[in-house]
Unconditional design. Structure first.
Length: 421
């Protein structure tokens, strides 16, 4: 089914998959101020409709031929100026659509080199870009052999997931064996992901803080949009429990970090689009952990905007349409941080999640529930990524002020449980 309203004199942008409202509405809302958005989705839009010029619903977006045929009909009546996707599951589909329409962002091979972490490693290795040693393995015995060769601790990770899902730090052969199957099982949680025989990676563990960099790439030139310092917890897993974005972060102009970022994109042949690159700042200098061919998740671009950086949604839309992106930061720079909260124990049956607003400090920008009545939530490891029950965002003049505000928000969090029968 396709529904379309009256056209307006703005660029026509195809957005593939909206994402979850808590994490992506701010992007869609911003993009809709300057673009006529046509949404491609598997279900009828609800909250999204207020931002849309039109939409197309296709029950199975993995049916490439059906998707291309239906979107070609839409484009016949109203040609698209760009294709944009910020969901990891569908970035390859978006690239194929852009290529079929002859639009920017249609380099499917470059997108796939980011999507497939093993192909990323091969391309970076060939160019000498600093990164941990890595090998794709097919059996648990091979995983054990490679981990021993790299030395413990090592990392076991799925080849094509995101958000640190299924990634485990291992210190022994027994842990490697157990984590190999865990990584395999994690792949099956997202059936849209491409499947490979050697679907698990064994990698060298790099110690040190981790950062992520959202960047716009136009004609091979890399422009940094925001840098987030990642906070992780629940070891040996790498659950992303929060992020901090400082508008004055010295890494924004660090020549070594920027050099590695530029070399990474050159090695991948990525010349046009938006990327989210993760680096570890280890003892050997910045090491590339992975590259995602999309806007960062976990509200990182929102933190960038609130800290005084450019509007990443509008930048991404402009890049998708072949326009000059608005990358100038605001005059005032601040610090923005997010923290995620988890249930008190495994299999928590949620009655209600809320915040006592009277106890929230002025620095709290957003505080909202991620779990609803009847949800069953667990902290990691059983609730990796999906165990979060709430989030809070703080905006202040310093990281310490943000941390204090988030501590107070955590004390104001109320998680009511349903009685077990």
């Amino acid at each position: 089914m396709t529904s379309t309203s009256a056209a307006e004199p703005q660029p026509h942008l195809l957005v593939v998959w909206p994402g979850k409202r808590n994490f992506r509405e701010y992007l869609l809302k911003s993009v809709a101020t300057r673009y006529r958005v046509h949404l491609l989705h598997e279900t009828e839009p609800s909250w999204e409709q207020q931002y849309l010029d039109g939409w197309t619903v296709i029950d199975d977006l993995s049916d490439q031929s059906t998707v291309e045929a239906m979107m070609a009909k839409v484009a016949e009546a109203d040609p698209f100026d760009g294709v944009l996707c910020w969901d990891e599951s569908w970035i390859l589909l978006a690239a194929r659509l852009a290529r079929s329409f002859g639009l920017p962002g249609g380099d499917v091979e470059a997108i796939n080199r980011c999507r497939d972490k093993h192909l990323t490693r091969e391309a970076l290795n060939a160019a000498g870009v600093p990164q941990p040693r890595s090998a794709a393995v097919t059996t648990v015995d091979e995983a054990v052999r490679v981990a021993a060769e790299f030395g413990y601790p090592a990392v076991v990770k799925p080849r094509a997931l995101a958000g640190s899902l299924g990634v485990v730090k291992v210190a022994t052969e027994a842990e490697t064996r157990a984590s190999f199957q865990f990584a395999r099982d994690s792949e099956s949680l997202i059936p849209e992901m491409p499947q490979q025989e050697a679907s698990t990676l064994i990698e060298e563990y790099i110690d040190g803080p981790e950062i992520s960099i959202d960047a716009a790439i136009v004609n091979g030139q890399v422009q940094v949009l925001c840098i987030a310092r990642k906070q992780v917890g629940f070891e040996p897993h790498f659950e992303e429990t929060g992020h901090v974005v400082d508008g004055h972060d010295p890494l924004l102009v660090d020549p070594v970090v920027l050099g590695v970022l530029s070399d990474t994109h050159a090695a991948l042949g990525f010349r046009h689009g938006i990327t989210h690159t993760e680096l570890r700042l280890g003892s050997r200098g910045p090491q590339v952990i992975e590259v995602n061919a999309r806007i960062g998740g976990d509200l990182i671009p929102y933190l960038g905007l609130r800290s005084g950086g450019p509007d990443v949604g509008l930048v991404a839309a402009a890049v998708a349409c072949g326009q000059t992106p608005p990358t100038e930061p605001a005059a005032e720079r601040r610090v923005a941080a997010i923290r995620y909260f988890y249930p008190p124990h495994d299999a928590t049956v949620v009655d209600e999640v809320s915040f006592d607003s009277a106890r929230l400090p002025a620095a709290i920008d957003r505080a909202e529930a991620l779990a609803a009545h009847g949800d069953v939530k667990s902290p990691p490891p059983n609730g990796l990524l999906v165990g979060r029950v709430a989030l809070a965002v703080a905006v202040a003049g310093s990281g310490a002020q943000c941390a204090d505000a988030l501590d107070r928000a955590e004390k104001a969090l109320i998680v009511k449980e349903l009685e077990r029968r």
